[in-house]
Design a protein around this ligand. Structure first.
Ligand SMILES: Nc1ncnc2c1ncn2[C@@H]1O[C@H](COP(=O)(O)OP(=O)(O)OP(=O)(O)O)[C@@H](O)[C@H]1O
Length: 410
Protein backbone atom coordinates (compact mmCIF):
# COMPACT_ATOMS: atom_id res chain seq x y z
CA UNK A 1 0.00 0.00 0.00
CA UNK A 2 2.74 2.31 0.97
CA UNK A 3 4.56 1.42 -2.20
CA UNK A 4 1.55 2.23 -4.26
CA UNK A 5 1.07 5.57 -2.65
CA UNK A 6 4.79 6.42 -3.18
CA UNK A 7 4.43 5.41 -6.77
CA UNK A 8 1.45 7.64 -7.26
CA UNK A 9 3.24 10.51 -5.65
CA UNK A 10 6.23 10.03 -7.87
CA UNK A 11 4.05 9.87 -10.92
CA UNK A 12 2.27 13.01 -9.81
CA UNK A 13 5.66 14.67 -9.33
CA UNK A 14 6.77 13.57 -12.78
CA UNK A 15 3.57 14.75 -14.33
CA UNK A 16 3.91 18.12 -12.62
CA UNK A 17 7.46 18.42 -13.93
CA UNK A 18 6.29 17.48 -17.39
CA UNK A 19 3.49 20.05 -17.23
CA UNK A 20 5.98 22.67 -16.10
CA UNK A 21 8.32 21.80 -18.95
CA UNK A 22 5.45 21.88 -21.42
CA UNK A 23 4.34 25.24 -20.06
CA UNK A 24 7.84 26.60 -20.42
CA UNK A 25 8.08 25.25 -23.90
CA UNK A 26 4.72 26.73 -24.71
CA UNK A 27 5.80 30.14 -23.44
CA UNK A 28 8.97 29.88 -25.50
CA UNK A 29 7.06 28.88 -28.61
CA UNK A 30 4.56 31.66 -27.99
CA UNK A 31 7.37 34.17 -27.61
CA UNK A 32 8.99 32.85 -30.77
CA UNK A 33 5.76 33.08 -32.65
CA UNK A 34 5.13 36.60 -31.41
CA UNK A 35 8.62 37.58 -32.45
CA UNK A 36 8.02 36.04 -35.89
CA UNK A 37 4.68 37.83 -36.21
CA UNK A 38 6.32 41.12 -35.31
CA UNK A 39 9.09 40.51 -37.81
CA UNK A 40 6.57 39.61 -40.48
CA UNK A 41 4.63 42.76 -39.71
CA UNK A 42 7.81 44.81 -40.06
CA UNK A 43 8.62 43.07 -43.33
CA UNK A 44 5.09 43.78 -44.51
CA UNK A 45 5.52 47.50 -43.84
CA UNK A 46 8.85 47.45 -45.67
CA UNK A 47 7.34 45.63 -48.64
CA UNK A 48 4.41 48.03 -48.68
CA UNK A 49 6.77 51.00 -48.63
CA UNK A 50 8.83 49.49 -51.40
CA UNK A 51 5.65 48.88 -53.40
CA UNK A 52 4.62 52.47 -52.94
CA UNK A 53 8.05 53.64 -54.04
CA UNK A 54 7.97 51.41 -57.10
CA UNK A 55 4.43 52.58 -57.94
CA UNK A 56 5.65 56.14 -57.83
CA UNK A 57 8.62 55.30 -60.01
CA UNK A 58 6.39 53.50 -62.51
CA UNK A 59 4.12 56.52 -62.58
CA UNK A 60 6.96 58.93 -63.18
CA UNK A 61 8.46 56.67 -65.87
CA UNK A 62 5.04 56.43 -67.52
CA UNK A 63 4.89 60.25 -67.50
CA UNK A 64 8.36 60.35 -68.99
CA UNK A 65 7.33 57.89 -71.75
CA UNK A 66 4.24 59.99 -72.35
CA UNK A 67 6.42 63.09 -72.70
CA UNK A 68 8.65 61.33 -75.21
CA UNK A 69 5.62 60.09 -77.13
CA UNK A 70 3.83 63.43 -77.24
CA UNK A 71 4.45 65.40 -80.43
CA UNK A 72 6.76 68.41 -80.19
CA UNK A 73 5.09 71.72 -79.46
CA UNK A 74 5.27 74.70 -81.76
CA UNK A 75 6.68 77.94 -80.34
CA UNK A 76 4.69 81.01 -81.29
CA UNK A 77 4.56 84.66 -80.37
CA UNK A 78 1.29 86.44 -79.72
CA UNK A 79 0.92 89.33 -82.15
CA UNK A 80 -2.64 90.45 -81.36
CA UNK A 81 -5.27 89.83 -78.71
CA UNK A 82 -8.71 89.86 -80.37
CA UNK A 83 -11.86 90.87 -78.56
CA UNK A 84 -13.79 87.64 -78.93
CA UNK A 85 -11.40 85.53 -76.84
CA UNK A 86 -9.14 84.73 -79.78
CA UNK A 87 -5.48 85.42 -80.37
CA UNK A 88 -3.38 86.01 -83.45
CA UNK A 89 -0.06 84.21 -83.10
CA UNK A 90 2.96 83.98 -85.34
CA UNK A 91 4.44 80.51 -85.19
CA UNK A 92 8.18 80.05 -85.21
CA UNK A 93 7.83 78.21 -88.51
CA UNK A 94 6.41 81.29 -90.19
CA UNK A 95 2.63 81.39 -90.68
CA UNK A 96 0.19 83.37 -88.56
CA UNK A 97 -2.80 81.64 -86.94
CA UNK A 98 -5.94 82.78 -85.23
CA UNK A 99 -6.46 80.52 -82.23
CA UNK A 100 -8.81 80.11 -79.28
CA UNK A 101 -7.40 79.91 -75.81
CA UNK A 102 -8.60 78.20 -72.65
CA UNK A 103 -10.22 80.41 -70.05
CA UNK A 104 -8.10 78.56 -67.49
CA UNK A 105 -4.98 80.33 -68.72
CA UNK A 106 -3.93 83.50 -66.96
CA UNK A 107 -5.22 86.19 -69.32
CA UNK A 108 -2.67 88.71 -68.07
CA UNK A 109 0.19 86.61 -69.42
CA UNK A 110 -1.40 86.54 -72.90
CA UNK A 111 -0.32 89.83 -74.38
CA UNK A 112 1.35 90.81 -77.63
CA UNK A 113 4.97 89.69 -77.47
CA UNK A 114 4.38 86.75 -75.06
CA UNK A 115 5.79 83.42 -76.20
CA UNK A 116 3.53 80.38 -76.08
CA UNK A 117 3.81 76.68 -76.89
CA UNK A 118 1.12 75.33 -79.21
CA UNK A 119 -0.11 71.79 -79.77
CA UNK A 120 0.96 70.81 -83.28
CA UNK A 121 -2.43 69.40 -84.29
CA UNK A 122 -5.02 71.48 -82.48
CA UNK A 123 -2.93 74.66 -82.19
CA UNK A 124 -4.27 75.16 -78.68
CA UNK A 125 -1.97 76.85 -76.16
CA UNK A 126 -0.32 74.22 -73.94
CA UNK A 127 1.97 76.56 -72.07
CA UNK A 128 2.94 80.21 -71.74
CA UNK A 129 6.72 80.27 -72.07
CA UNK A 130 9.07 82.50 -70.09
CA UNK A 131 10.30 85.44 -72.13
CA UNK A 132 13.47 84.88 -74.07
CA UNK A 133 16.45 86.09 -72.10
CA UNK A 134 18.68 88.37 -74.06
CA UNK A 135 22.21 87.09 -73.53
CA UNK A 136 23.34 90.69 -73.61
CA UNK A 137 21.40 91.50 -70.47
CA UNK A 138 22.68 88.48 -68.53
CA UNK A 139 26.28 89.41 -69.31
CA UNK A 140 26.01 92.84 -67.87
CA UNK A 141 24.97 94.77 -64.80
CA UNK A 142 22.70 97.74 -65.38
CA UNK A 143 21.95 100.04 -62.48
CA UNK A 144 19.97 103.25 -62.74
CA UNK A 145 21.83 105.78 -60.59
CA UNK A 146 23.83 103.48 -58.30
CA UNK A 147 23.72 104.28 -54.62
CA UNK A 148 27.44 104.87 -54.15
CA UNK A 149 28.57 108.36 -53.25
CA UNK A 150 32.05 109.80 -52.94
CA UNK A 151 31.69 109.72 -49.14
CA UNK A 152 31.77 105.94 -49.31
CA UNK A 153 35.24 105.93 -50.88
CA UNK A 154 38.20 106.21 -48.55
CA UNK A 155 41.79 107.26 -49.16
CA UNK A 156 41.35 108.13 -52.84
CA UNK A 157 40.98 111.92 -52.68
CA UNK A 158 43.27 112.62 -55.66
CA UNK A 159 41.60 109.94 -57.76
CA UNK A 160 38.17 111.37 -56.94
CA UNK A 161 39.30 114.84 -58.12
CA UNK A 162 40.69 113.34 -61.31
CA UNK A 163 37.66 111.28 -62.16
CA UNK A 164 35.40 114.26 -61.47
CA UNK A 165 37.38 116.30 -63.98
CA UNK A 166 37.68 113.66 -66.63
CA UNK A 167 34.33 111.89 -66.55
CA UNK A 168 31.91 113.94 -64.48
CA UNK A 169 32.61 117.40 -65.89
CA UNK A 170 32.22 116.48 -69.60
CA UNK A 171 28.88 114.87 -68.75
CA UNK A 172 27.65 117.69 -66.54
CA UNK A 173 29.08 120.74 -68.28
CA UNK A 174 30.12 119.92 -71.85
CA UNK A 175 29.89 123.62 -72.71
CA UNK A 176 32.99 124.36 -70.60
CA UNK A 177 35.06 122.26 -72.99
CA UNK A 178 33.31 123.65 -76.05
CA UNK A 179 33.95 127.25 -74.95
CA UNK A 180 37.64 126.66 -74.43
CA UNK A 181 37.79 124.60 -77.60
CA UNK A 182 39.26 121.37 -76.23
CA UNK A 183 38.06 117.82 -76.39
CA UNK A 184 37.50 116.17 -73.04
CA UNK A 185 38.95 112.70 -72.63
CA UNK A 186 36.76 110.03 -74.17
CA UNK A 187 37.77 107.13 -72.06
CA UNK A 188 39.39 106.90 -68.66
CA UNK A 189 41.41 103.89 -67.58
CA UNK A 190 41.57 103.05 -63.89
CA UNK A 191 44.41 100.73 -63.06
CA UNK A 192 45.58 99.06 -59.88
CA UNK A 193 45.34 95.87 -57.83
CA UNK A 194 41.98 94.14 -57.26
CA UNK A 195 39.63 95.44 -54.59
CA UNK A 196 41.02 98.98 -54.39
CA UNK A 197 37.83 100.82 -55.32
CA UNK A 198 37.86 101.13 -59.13
CA UNK A 199 34.25 99.99 -59.46
CA UNK A 200 33.27 102.22 -56.55
CA UNK A 201 34.77 105.28 -58.29
CA UNK A 202 32.89 104.56 -61.53
CA UNK A 203 29.63 103.99 -59.64
CA UNK A 204 30.06 107.21 -57.66
CA UNK A 205 30.45 109.19 -60.92
CA UNK A 206 27.26 107.62 -62.24
CA UNK A 207 25.49 108.56 -59.01
CA UNK A 208 26.74 112.13 -59.11
CA UNK A 209 25.68 112.59 -62.74
CA UNK A 210 22.33 110.76 -62.33
CA UNK A 211 23.57 108.37 -64.96
CA UNK A 212 22.78 104.74 -65.66
CA UNK A 213 25.70 102.54 -64.73
CA UNK A 214 26.34 99.79 -67.29
CA UNK A 215 29.02 97.36 -66.23
CA UNK A 216 30.46 94.62 -68.39
CA UNK A 217 33.19 92.26 -67.29
CA UNK A 218 35.30 91.76 -70.40
CA UNK A 219 36.67 88.38 -69.32
CA UNK A 220 33.11 87.04 -68.86
CA UNK A 221 32.13 88.33 -72.29
CA UNK A 222 34.96 86.47 -73.94
CA UNK A 223 34.28 83.26 -72.01
CA UNK A 224 30.49 83.20 -72.23
CA UNK A 225 29.66 84.58 -75.62
CA UNK A 226 32.09 83.06 -78.03
CA UNK A 227 31.53 84.55 -81.47
CA UNK A 228 29.26 87.24 -80.10
CA UNK A 229 31.71 89.65 -78.48
CA UNK A 230 31.56 92.25 -81.25
CA UNK A 231 27.77 92.16 -81.44
CA UNK A 232 27.53 92.52 -77.68
CA UNK A 233 29.91 95.48 -77.58
CA UNK A 234 27.71 97.16 -80.18
CA UNK A 235 24.67 96.33 -78.08
CA UNK A 236 26.24 97.81 -74.96
CA UNK A 237 26.94 101.12 -76.70
CA UNK A 238 23.42 101.19 -78.15
CA UNK A 239 21.94 100.57 -74.72
CA UNK A 240 24.18 103.29 -73.23
CA UNK A 241 22.89 105.81 -75.80
CA UNK A 242 19.31 104.74 -75.19
CA UNK A 243 19.68 105.09 -71.41
CA UNK A 244 21.82 108.24 -71.53
CA UNK A 245 23.20 109.85 -69.51
CA UNK A 246 25.16 106.73 -68.77
CA UNK A 247 28.53 105.40 -67.74
CA UNK A 248 29.89 102.30 -69.44
CA UNK A 249 32.25 100.54 -67.06
CA UNK A 250 34.40 97.84 -68.67
CA UNK A 251 36.02 95.77 -65.94
CA UNK A 252 39.06 93.56 -66.65
CA UNK A 253 39.49 95.22 -70.02
CA UNK A 254 42.81 93.38 -70.48
CA UNK A 255 40.77 90.27 -71.35
CA UNK A 256 39.82 91.84 -74.68
CA UNK A 257 42.62 94.34 -75.06
CA UNK A 258 45.86 92.52 -74.42
CA UNK A 259 48.75 93.26 -76.81
CA UNK A 260 48.42 91.33 -80.05
CA UNK A 261 50.28 88.07 -79.95
CA UNK A 262 51.97 86.64 -83.05
CA UNK A 263 50.36 83.23 -82.78
CA UNK A 264 46.74 83.63 -83.60
CA UNK A 265 44.21 80.99 -82.64
CA UNK A 266 40.52 81.30 -83.41
CA UNK A 267 40.00 82.38 -79.78
CA UNK A 268 42.54 85.19 -80.24
CA UNK A 269 40.82 86.29 -83.42
CA UNK A 270 37.49 86.42 -81.60
CA UNK A 271 39.05 88.61 -78.88
CA UNK A 272 40.54 90.79 -81.63
CA UNK A 273 37.15 91.28 -83.25
CA UNK A 274 35.66 92.30 -79.91
CA UNK A 275 38.45 94.82 -79.36
CA UNK A 276 38.10 96.20 -82.89
CA UNK A 277 34.41 96.74 -82.31
CA UNK A 278 35.15 98.52 -79.04
CA UNK A 279 37.65 100.81 -80.76
CA UNK A 280 35.22 101.48 -83.60
CA UNK A 281 32.46 102.36 -81.11
CA UNK A 282 34.79 104.70 -79.22
CA UNK A 283 35.99 106.38 -82.40
CA UNK A 284 32.43 106.82 -83.58
CA UNK A 285 31.03 108.84 -80.76
CA UNK A 286 31.15 112.32 -79.42
CA UNK A 287 33.32 112.88 -76.32
CA UNK A 288 31.11 115.72 -75.17
CA UNK A 289 28.03 113.58 -75.39
CA UNK A 290 26.19 112.00 -72.53
CA UNK A 291 27.97 108.66 -72.35
CA UNK A 292 31.12 108.30 -70.26
CA UNK A 293 33.46 105.34 -70.65
CA UNK A 294 35.55 104.05 -67.78
CA UNK A 295 37.63 100.89 -67.97
CA UNK A 296 39.55 99.04 -65.27
CA UNK A 297 42.47 96.67 -65.25
CA UNK A 298 45.00 95.08 -62.91
CA UNK A 299 47.42 94.69 -65.82
CA UNK A 300 48.00 98.03 -67.57
CA UNK A 301 51.35 96.70 -68.79
CA UNK A 302 49.80 94.20 -71.20
CA UNK A 303 47.29 96.52 -72.88
CA UNK A 304 47.34 96.99 -76.65
CA UNK A 305 48.72 100.50 -77.36
CA UNK A 306 45.92 100.97 -79.95
CA UNK A 307 43.53 101.23 -77.03
CA UNK A 308 45.54 103.92 -75.33
CA UNK A 309 45.80 106.31 -78.26
CA UNK A 310 44.36 109.85 -77.98
CA UNK A 311 40.64 109.82 -78.54
CA UNK A 312 40.33 106.42 -76.91
CA UNK A 313 41.46 105.61 -73.36
CA UNK A 314 43.79 108.55 -73.08
CA UNK A 315 43.57 109.32 -69.37
CA UNK A 316 44.99 106.97 -66.78
CA UNK A 317 44.21 107.06 -63.11
CA UNK A 318 46.16 104.84 -60.78
CA UNK A 319 44.14 103.35 -57.93
CA UNK A 320 46.79 101.94 -55.60
CA UNK A 321 46.73 99.84 -52.45
CA UNK A 322 45.98 102.34 -49.65
CA UNK A 323 48.67 103.61 -47.29
CA UNK A 324 48.08 103.75 -43.53
CA UNK A 325 46.05 106.98 -43.67
CA UNK A 326 44.03 105.58 -46.57
CA UNK A 327 43.38 102.38 -44.59
CA UNK A 328 42.26 104.50 -41.65
CA UNK A 329 39.76 106.36 -43.88
CA UNK A 330 38.43 103.11 -45.37
CA UNK A 331 38.10 101.51 -41.92
CA UNK A 332 36.21 104.57 -40.68
CA UNK A 333 33.75 104.18 -43.58
CA UNK A 334 33.15 100.49 -42.99
CA UNK A 335 32.84 100.78 -39.18
CA UNK A 336 30.52 103.80 -39.44
CA UNK A 337 27.42 101.77 -38.70
CA UNK A 338 29.02 99.13 -36.49
CA UNK A 339 28.54 99.02 -32.77
CA UNK A 340 32.08 99.08 -31.35
CA UNK A 341 33.42 98.79 -27.80
CA UNK A 342 35.21 101.95 -26.71
CA UNK A 343 38.54 100.11 -26.56
CA UNK A 344 38.50 99.52 -30.35
CA UNK A 345 41.49 101.38 -31.82
CA UNK A 346 40.94 101.81 -35.56
CA UNK A 347 44.34 103.48 -35.97
CA UNK A 348 45.96 100.30 -34.59
CA UNK A 349 43.93 98.16 -37.03
CA UNK A 350 45.11 100.42 -39.86
CA UNK A 351 48.73 100.09 -38.78
CA UNK A 352 48.50 96.30 -38.59
CA UNK A 353 47.05 95.84 -42.06
CA UNK A 354 49.89 96.94 -44.33
CA UNK A 355 49.21 95.75 -47.89
CA UNK A 356 45.45 95.26 -47.41
CA UNK A 357 43.11 96.54 -50.13
CA UNK A 358 39.82 98.34 -49.50
CA UNK A 359 38.01 95.05 -50.14
CA UNK A 360 40.24 93.28 -47.55
CA UNK A 361 39.54 96.00 -44.97
CA UNK A 362 35.82 95.69 -45.57
CA UNK A 363 36.14 91.93 -45.12
CA UNK A 364 38.04 92.46 -41.84
CA UNK A 365 35.23 94.66 -40.48
CA UNK A 366 32.55 92.16 -41.52
CA UNK A 367 34.50 89.26 -40.04
CA UNK A 368 35.05 91.14 -36.73
CA UNK A 369 31.29 91.68 -36.59
CA UNK A 370 30.74 87.96 -37.24
CA UNK A 371 33.00 87.00 -34.31
CA UNK A 372 30.85 89.16 -32.02
CA UNK A 373 27.61 87.68 -33.38
CA UNK A 374 28.89 84.13 -32.95
CA UNK A 375 29.53 84.86 -29.26
CA UNK A 376 26.15 86.53 -28.95
CA UNK A 377 27.61 89.90 -28.06
CA UNK A 378 26.02 93.16 -29.15
CA UNK A 379 29.25 95.05 -29.76
CA UNK A 380 32.58 94.37 -31.39
CA UNK A 381 35.81 94.25 -29.36
CA UNK A 382 39.45 94.90 -30.30
CA UNK A 383 39.99 91.16 -29.95
CA UNK A 384 37.40 90.52 -32.66
CA UNK A 385 39.36 92.81 -34.97
CA UNK A 386 42.63 91.04 -34.16
CA UNK A 387 41.04 87.63 -34.93
CA UNK A 388 39.54 89.04 -38.13
CA UNK A 389 42.93 90.40 -39.27
CA UNK A 390 44.49 86.97 -38.65
CA UNK A 391 41.76 85.27 -40.63
CA UNK A 392 41.66 87.62 -43.63
CA UNK A 393 45.42 88.06 -43.85
CA UNK A 394 45.74 84.24 -43.60
CA UNK A 395 43.29 83.81 -46.48
CA UNK A 396 45.18 86.39 -48.51
CA UNK A 397 48.43 84.48 -48.01
CA UNK A 398 46.78 81.25 -49.22
CA UNK A 399 45.43 83.07 -52.24
CA UNK A 400 48.89 84.47 -52.99
CA UNK A 401 50.41 80.99 -52.96
CA UNK A 402 47.69 79.83 -55.37
CA UNK A 403 48.34 82.74 -57.68
CA UNK A 404 52.10 82.50 -57.49
CA UNK A 405 52.41 81.29 -61.08
CA UNK A 406 50.76 84.45 -62.51
CA UNK A 407 52.54 87.78 -62.87
CA UNK A 408 50.49 90.28 -60.97
CA UNK A 409 50.20 94.03 -61.09
CA UNK A 410 52.88 96.05 -59.37
N1 LIG B 1 38.79 102.92 -51.32
C1 LIG B 1 37.79 102.25 -50.80
N2 LIG B 1 36.97 102.82 -49.88
C2 LIG B 1 35.96 102.14 -49.33
N3 LIG B 1 35.66 100.87 -49.63
C3 LIG B 1 36.42 100.25 -50.53
C4 LIG B 1 37.51 100.89 -51.17
N4 LIG B 1 38.07 100.03 -52.03
C5 LIG B 1 37.36 98.91 -51.96
N5 LIG B 1 36.37 99.01 -51.06
C6 LIG B 1 35.39 97.97 -50.70
O1 LIG B 1 35.69 96.80 -51.44
C7 LIG B 1 34.63 96.47 -52.34
C8 LIG B 1 35.24 96.06 -53.66
O2 LIG B 1 35.82 97.18 -54.27
P1 LIG B 1 35.72 97.48 -55.82
O3 LIG B 1 34.79 96.51 -56.47
O4 LIG B 1 35.48 98.90 -56.05
O5 LIG B 1 37.19 97.12 -56.24
P2 LIG B 1 37.83 97.07 -57.68
O6 LIG B 1 39.06 97.87 -57.59
O7 LIG B 1 36.82 97.45 -58.70
O8 LIG B 1 38.20 95.55 -57.75
P3 LIG B 1 38.35 94.58 -59.02
O9 LIG B 1 39.61 94.99 -59.71
O10 LIG B 1 38.49 93.25 -58.31
O11 LIG B 1 37.11 94.72 -59.83
C9 LIG B 1 33.77 97.69 -52.43
O12 LIG B 1 32.42 97.38 -52.64
C10 LIG B 1 33.99 98.37 -51.09
O13 LIG B 1 33.09 97.86 -50.13
Amino acid sequence: MEDMSRNIMKKTEDLKKEIKLLKEENTKTKRNLMWKVRKLEKDKVLVENEKMRLDREVKSLRGEIERFRSPPLVVATITEVLEDGKLVVKSSTGPHFVINYSRLLDKKSLEPGSRVALNQQTFSIVNVLPSEKDPLISGMEVEEKPEVSYEQIGGLEEQVVEIKETVELPLKKPELFANIGIEPPKGVLLYGPPGTGKTLLAKAVANETNATFIKIVASEFVKKYIGEGARLVRGVFELAKEKAPSIIFIDEIDAIAAKRLKSSTSGDREVQRTLMQLLAEMDGFEARGDVGIVAATNRPDILDPALLRPGRFDRFIEVPIPNEDGRMEILKIHTRNMSLEEEVDIRLVASLTEGASGADLKAICTEAGMFAIREERSSVTMNDFMDAIDKIVGLEKEEEVRREAGVMYG
